[in-house]
Write a protein that binds this ligand. Structure first.
Ligand code: AMP
Length: 500
């Protein structure tokens, strides 16, 4: 009986004696051993009452067992719902009320504080070492399991959007969505059974869970499975890896360490970046240091991956490359496609695009057109060669005195000023202009910045209306775990700046 995602990613492991996971202590888990872990977890899920179509919510630490819970949920025909480990009890309450899972897994240490918000579901616990009540169920369960039949359009996962504005929405991802993207990426990025991916990303997000794990599982490669990005462990494990996927901060942290040099990276096949913009400067510094050009790609929770720089061919800094094979991308303004070089809203269509937001038909209708085009909310442009550049989020667009300002354009010029490491440009309420452009500047290590002097450097570079009306200095930009700059937080902190 078919179960598309299970059949493609997990079933082949049963016959694999070679290692699938390498853990920080150097121990290894073979494909077959991991397959038995999946079967045990699937039996434990079924015994806990999980039925096909049910949601299984999990706010648990990254571990082989946690990955097995994802696979086991797919095997039982249920829908995996991973939650950011940083969410607090009131946040978790929202997800549990919205998704009504039949089982909620959390860490033993949090069970008491989450018991109340989990009152309408079954609560079990799992820690990073396989302990907890579900860990015990898992250990006692049988190591074989016949997966539930599923079709390509059935849901495999619901991932909630990060929800920096408004309520978080549950993106419904089907077997076909996830499988098509895994197949495309494995092919495009040339993954093979010989690959060893250094995996330091969280597995509650599309990047670490789907882009990284699914791609490797699809090709029969293995993963160095680290609980997080910890520089000592990453440097120690790098010689065993062939590929790495990371958010831009992983690459800046590597560059911050002098031990990360050309020799240490020489054997690597590819470094891939996404989830947030990679500064062109980081791209250049990385190439200077290692000789590798980072391969940047672009995607989101709702669509999986949409574009990628080429594997062969030029990887162009500051761009996210071309639409993936099978994915259509268009850039729209006022209902028509814009010319190359012009900015508009990015829309995508293809087998990667989600099935809608869980129980939010109005939200789905706002963003997913009936003919399948998804309005990403990202602003972008294509250069003359067809490379796509992300210019910002539609909601980050600043409209000052009636003029549209794309923050990235201002940020790029700010970043070139002497002593500036990076910057974030936001719009703040202003009595005359409606919104005023405001810059947050981060100095390079060991340098001090004078905001007025930095802004002076923009005089001949940018039209007057694009120049920030004020700037502040911060030691670093506020970022979430996926490396995204928290512009909403910055807007909140400085909202009164221009108020009379
Ligand atoms: P998430 O749904 O959390 O994965 O966030 C998706 C959003 O991250 C996209 O809509 C983009 O705004 C942003 N994003 C992802 N990859 C990139 C990239 N390579 N460059 C710039 N922004 C990106």
């Amino acid at each position: 009986m078919p179960n598309p995602l299970y059949d493609a990613l997990f079933a082949p492991l049963s016959l694999r004696d070679s290692r699938l996971l390498i853990l920080p202590d150097g121990s290894e888990i073979s494909g077959a051993a991991f397959h038995a872990m999946i079967a045990r977890a699937a039996n434990a899920l079924r015994a806990a009452g999980v039925k096909p179509g049910d949601r299984v919510a999990a706010q648990i630490a990254k571990s082989p067992e946690a990955l097995a819970v994802y696979a086991a949920t797919v095997a039982t025909g249920a829908v995996f719902l991973p939650l950011n480990t940083a969410y607090t009890a009131p946040e978790v309450a929202y997800f549990l009320d919205n998704a009504t899972p039949s089982l909620f897994l959390c860490e033993p240490a949090k069970a008491a504080s989450l018991a109340e918000v989990a009152r309408n579901t079954v609560l079990k616990t799992l820690d990073s070492k396989g302990g907890g009540s579900f860990g015990a169920d898992l250990a006692a369960a049988a190591p074989d399991f016949a997966p539930e039949p599923r079709g390509p359009a059935d849901l495999a996962a619901i991932l909630y959007t990060s929800g920096t504005t408004g309520r978080s929405k549950g993106a419904m991802l089907t077997h076909a969505n996830l499988l098509s993207n895994a197949e495309t990426l494995a092919d495009l990025w040339r993954f093979t059974p010989a690959d060893v991916l250094l995996h330091a990303l969280p597995i509650f997000h599309t990047h670490g869970l789907f882009v990284a794990c699914n791609t490797v599982l699809k090709t029969g490669g293995s993963m160095i499975f680290l609980p997080g990005f910890e520089i000592e462990t990453v440097l120690r494990m790098l010689p065993r890896a062939t590929a790495m996927m990371g958010v831009p901060t992983f690459y800046t942290r590597l560059l911050d360490d002098a031990r990360f040099d050309r020799a240490l990276a020489a054997h690597m096949r590819v470094f891939i970046s996404g989830s947030a913009p990679l500064l062109a400067e980081t791209h250049r510094a990385f190439e200077d240091r290692t000789g590798h050009r980072i391969l940047e790609r672009y995607g989101m929770t709702e669509t999986n991956m949409n574009t990628s720089n080429p594997y062969d061919g030029e990887r162009r800094a500051g761009t996210v490359g071309f639409p993936l094979p099978g994915v259509q991308l268009r850039i729209m303004a006022d209902g028509v496609e814009v010319a190359p070089g012009a900015v508009g809203g990015i829309e995508v269509r293809g087998p990667n695009v989600f099935a809608g937001y869980w129980q939010m038909p109005e939200k789905t209708a706002e963003e997913l057109r009936p003919d399948g085009w998804f309005i990403t909310g990202d602003l972008g442009q294509r250069d003359a060669d067809g490379y796509v550049q992300i210019v910002g989020r539609a909601k980050d667009l600043v409209i000052s005195g009636g003029f549209n300002i794309y923050p990235i354009e201002v940020e790029m010029v700010l970043d070139e000023q002497p002593g500036v490491l990076e910057s974030a440009v936001i719009g703040l309420p202003h009595p005359d202009f409606g919104e005023a452009v405001f810059a947050v500047l981060v100095p390079r290590k060991g340098e001090t910045l004078d905001p007025a002097q930095v802004l002076d450097g923009l005089r001949d570079r940018l039209a007057r209306f694009k120049q920030p009306k004020a700037a502040v200095i911060l030691p670093e930009l506020p970022r979430n775990t996926m490396g995204k700059v928290q512009k909403a937080a910055l807007r909140k902190t400085y909202e009164g700046w221009f108020k009379p």
